[in-house]
Every structure is written in C-alpha cells, then in structure tokens.
Ligand binder design. Sequence first.
Ligand SMILES: [Zn+2]
Length: 59
Amino acid sequence: MNSERQVPFFCPYCGEENLRPASAEAGTWECRACARGFSLTFVGVTRPQRHHPAARSTS
Ligand SMILES: [Zn+2]
C-alpha cells in the first residue's frame, strides 16, 4: 500500500483547496489560505461496520 502519495483536496482546518506541498518531504502540505502546515499519515484500513476487526485470524 502506497501511503506516501495521499493528496488532500481540502484543507482540514479552513476547507480551502489552495494546497501545495510544504516541503520535499512526502505527505507534508501547506494551505496558502490559512498558512497552516500539516502532514497526512495513513494509519490503516478502517472497517466501521465490523465489531471485532482483529478478532479473526486470517493466517
Ligand atoms: Zn487552510
């Protein structure tokens, strides 16, 4: 899973679309509207409808 190429469409703080990469570091973005910098991190696939996602062993 390629977690280094997540592209935000909206600033999570002000909702503007005026985003650009903050630096050469992958996953870091800055909003030109509110001047906030942030990074995106993939934390895993979530499955909200499962009650016990870790209960089943898929070996
Ligand atoms: Zn913003």
